[in-house]
Design a protein. Structure first.
Lengths: 751, 112
């Protein structure tokens, strides 16, 4: 079990300056959106107004530093367009006519309506749609199950293509929570701590962590270890800033990653460079894996990935010799129908080179501290009705949500049963981050009889669909807890300390408790956790067994999940050495993959819409499209209306290589159409040599709050909406991974 | 404070914009005014192993080296919030001393 360590900070969570200004120390999360990183912040408040945001120098990880999204928080908190009261729609859906109502009316209407629908059509006709990364994610299961009585919780992105596939693959191969590169986040002294070892290499695979702090990894932590001598190997079709400082920047063709990973295994195994001791003691299926990788020599990977063969040999030998090296996987491992095989291969590479759960290596995670499973009484028969779990049982294993592609079909067809009510919980899914074919989702969701939304700003999804909107408080306006990657990994445990109030906004937790208490007082009477904020937050500290009040006083602690847990018997509930898998070992040959309908061994699948699979399509659509490039100025579709952030990236950008742009007569700054058989999107060309000549990289999550919000314009949501180019249900066998980072397209100048 | 300056070790400047936004917030500048502005140099490929891809934040004539903050014993807000910790504030003598033996460094003495 991880250790919670307190910093030596002596500054209380709140101090009052001579002029009456209060200074509140807190840890950031959401709203507005961010991953659970928990950067340390000081909020200056006078007469109840937020004056200024500063970094907290006593925070163990960020040490006073902040990114622009936190620095501009004041513009979010007091933005004139912010939703600050509950509202009900008074026109047609999409007509931009709203009327302020009381919380009491909102809650009564929603509870009454949801009970009517549950009675008439069954509770599973209600679906909760949750976004990504935000605090709301933590509360989606109890909100659905206790307040609404449904188990249909939906992360709507085709193939669940964000974190879920990685989480599941890691759980199958290691039996643990998500892995992460060790940059010292679990030590009070961080990367200068005596218990820490500097990685010789970090492998960044499909990740640009500086911009997004994805998965709770504070990206600039990597700069700290680079300054101390850590070298990088970067795998990305795009040469990002970190790649330009890497010893190897492998610019592979999008979605061919698994071929490269298998070829690296091929070299390490065939040249006998692996850690025999670790393989013998701790792995299962090495012989089978050795046999499998014979199909993937470097010559094969070089060809399909479009990279030099020699580079594969060099990187494999470097990683085999490095002591230690750490693996940092990115979203590109999820947004690929072949992605779970990629994760399996990469974890295998970390394992057989002896770099799993060693200082400076790849830390094996713990299970989530926050228990997302249901502690409320729910009819077990409902579990078998969750949309898409019958077809894709792997979605049940770790995530226990619906399978999102199956949800779209269920909404469209009314099968296997009709769906009647939706709750959009901090998810602007049309905008788009988390949907493929957003117009189909738009049309399908409009069929729902009643839709509730909860968010901080009006957005295209709410405008088009919602009947009632509930206002959410920012992280400056509520109490809460943030843990690096939900407590699965070494990092911080931070109190979110309320500093100000705005309108009638409530936090996701406050709203959850209010709805549960109103809808089902009889359940809440049996569940003390649901009876007060204090009870809930104490419970949220989970196995750390520290009351929230103590965390609040300390503001921030460090969670150390530890090293060598397989040797120390810390991975398994029975206390035995090893891993919590079926075989007790690292399953290079995965019994769970096999059991759930996929190959137990990793394999390569050629991108389905690339020039090799579909030469017919390649004639008209010769380029490969990768989407979702990250920017400092936004979290997915958020922050578009925040002046200080919008100025940094005013337009949606698509990156094109100068040679390709010249062939297409496209100049830097031109508006261009990106088009393929599924749709098109208009973005602004950034002509830049950091992208492969055969690939373009497009921004996602664009809408234009300054434009007309009425249907059909919906703040211009369809104009630059690159997710329209992503096909529906082109996913892996387990139900995971859509090609958000690998479909065909053409690009031409827009007039 | 003409004897004070900003030292930028731009080898590790990632172009994260924190200095720019922190400065605007501190001084209440509108979005088209800056006390410090990032300059992007590149990206272009120099040879097989090397890229020119740098960011350098450059103080403008509206930079006052955060005189109010410095009077309270704090460092300028850009220095404080720099995510890569590549900015330093001090006297020119101190900063020149820090530059010795290093490369990819720039020392700015704003108009003030």
């Amino acid at each position: 079990m991880g250790r919670l360590l307190w910093t030596e900070s002596t500054t209380p969570w709140k101090t009052v300056l001579d002029d009456g200004t209060e200074v509140v120390r807190t840890n950031a999360w959401s709203a507005p959106g961010c991953h659970p990183v928990g950067c340390g912040v000081k909020l200056y408040v006078k007469d109840g107004q937020l004056l200024k945001v500063e970094g907290d120098p006593e925070h163990p990880v960020t040490k006073g530093r902040l990114c622009p999204r936190c620095l501009a928080l004041k513009e979010v908190v007091y933005h004139p367009d912010r939703i600050t009261h509950p509202m009900k729609r008074v026109g047609a859906r999409g007509e931009d006519k709203w009327e302020q109502i009381s919380w009491d009316e909102a809650v009564q209407t929603i509870v009454t309506k949801s009970k009517e629908i549950a009675e008439q059509y069954g509770p599973m006709s209600i679906v909760l749609f949750a976004g990504t990364g935000r605090e709301a994610v933590k509360f989606q299961y109890p909100l659905a199950a206790v307040a609404l009585g449904t188990l249909n919780v939906c992360y709507s992105q085709s193939g669940w293509s964000c974190m879920g596939p990685r989480d599941t693959a890691v759980a199958f191969v290691l039996g643990s929570g998500y892995t992460e590169v060790d940059f010292g986040a679990g030590h009070l002294g961080q990367c200068d701590d005596p218990e820490y070892t500097l990685p010789e290499y970090v492998v960044l695979w499909g990740k640009d962590p500086l911009r997004s702090n994805a998965d709770g990894l504070w990206g600039h932590g990597l700069i700290e270890i680079m300054k101390r001598g850590t070298k990088l190997i970067n795998v990305d079709p795009r040469l990002n800033w970190l790649s330009s400082r890497s010893e190897h920047a492998i610019q592979l063709r999008p979605n061919t990653d698994t071929a490269l990973a298998l070829a690296l295994l091929n070299v390490v195994i065939n040249e006998d460079l692996y850690d025999h001791d670790f393989v013998d003691k701790w792995t299962y299926g090495f012989e089978e894996l050795s046999e499998r990788v014979q199909q993937y020599p470097p010559s094969f990977a070089a060809e399909v990935c479009g990279i030099p063969e020699e580079q594969i040999f060099e990187v494999a030998r470097t990683l085999a010799a490095a002591k230690p090296w750490g693996l940092c996987m990115g979203l590109a491992t999820d947004q690929n129908p072949n992605g779970v095989q990629l994760v399996q291969s990469l974890i295998s590479l970390a394992a057989i080179t002896g770099n799993l759960d060693v200082p400076g290596g790849t830390i094996v995670g713990e299970h989530m501290i926050v228990d997302v499973n249901l502690d409320a009484p729910v009819d077990p028969a409902l579990q078998d009705m969750i949309i898409g779990q019958k077809e894709y049982p792997a979605v049940r294993a770790v995530l226990n949500t619906v399978q999102p592609d199956m949800m779209l079909e269920a909404l469209e067809t009314g099968k296997p049963y009709p769906l009647k009510m939706g709750w959009l919980d901090s998810s602007n899914l049309l905008a788009p981050t988390c949907s493929a074919q957003p117009m189909r989702w738009h049309d399908a969701l409009r069929k729902l009889e009643f839709i509730v939304a909860k968010d901080i700003f009006m957005n295209p999804t709410i405008q088009a669909l919602a009947d009632i909107v509930l206002p959410v408080s920012t992280w400056a306006e509520h109490d809460g807890i943030v843990m690096t990657h939900y407590g699965k990994q070494s990092g911080i445990v931070g109190a979110i300390n309320k500093a100000v109030s705005v309108g009638e906004c409530k936090s996701d937790l406050e709203a959850l408790l209010l709805f549960c208490q109103t809808a089902h007082p009889e359940i809440v009477a049996e569940l003390p956790k649901y009876q007060s904020m204090e009870n809930w937050l104490d419970g949220d500290m989970g196995r750390l067994n520290v009351p929230f009040s103590e965390l609040k006083q300390h503001v921030t602690g460090v969670l150390d999940v530890g090293y060598h847990k397989h040797e120390l018997g810390l991975n398994r509930p029975d206390g035995q050495p090893g891993f919590e898998t079926v075989t007790g070992r690292v399953e290079l040959y995965s019994t769970m993959f096999g059991r759930l309908g996929d190959d137990p061994l990793p394999y390569y699948e050629e991108p389905r819409f690339g020039p090799l699979s579909r030469p017919d399509l390649a004639k008209e659509y010769p380029l490969t499209l990768t989407t979702g490039a990250r920017y400092y100025a936004s979290f997915h579709s958020e922050h578009r209306q925040i002046p200080s952030l919008r100025q940094l990236t005013p337009d949606p950008l698509v990156e094109i290589h100068p040679d390709t742009a010249a062939e297409l007569d496209i100049k830097d700054g031109d508006w261009v159409w990106i088009e393929n058989p599924w749709g098109r999107a208009k973005q602004r060309a950034r002509v830049v040599p950091i992208i492969r000549r055969d690939t373009v990289s497009a921004a996602h999550g664009w809408w234009f709050p300054e434009e007309d919000g009425n249907e059909p314009n919906l703040y211009g949501v369809w104009k630059s909406n690159v997710n329209q180019l992503i096909p529906h249900k082109e996913i892996g066998k387990l139900g995971f991974g859509a090609p958000f980072k690998g479909v065909c397209c053409k690009v031409y100048r827009a007039e | 404070m003409a004897e004070h300056g900003l030292l930028i070790e731009y080898a590790f400047c990632t172009g994260c914009h924190s200095c720019e936004v922190a400065c605007q917030m501190e001084h209440g500048f509108p979005v088209d005014r800056w006390g410090i502005k990032l300059s992007e140099i590149g990206p272009w490929q120099i040879n097989d192993d090397k890229w020119q891809y740098s960011f350098v934040p450059i103080p403008t004539d509206q930079c006052d080296l955060c005189a109010d903050r410095v009077a309270k014993g704090k460092v300028p807000t850009c220095v404080k919030h720099c995510q890569s910790k590549v900015m330093a504030f001090g006297t020119l003598d101190e900063l020149a001393e820090q530059m010795k033996g290093k490369t990819n460094m720039a020392l700015f003495v704003p108009a003030q």
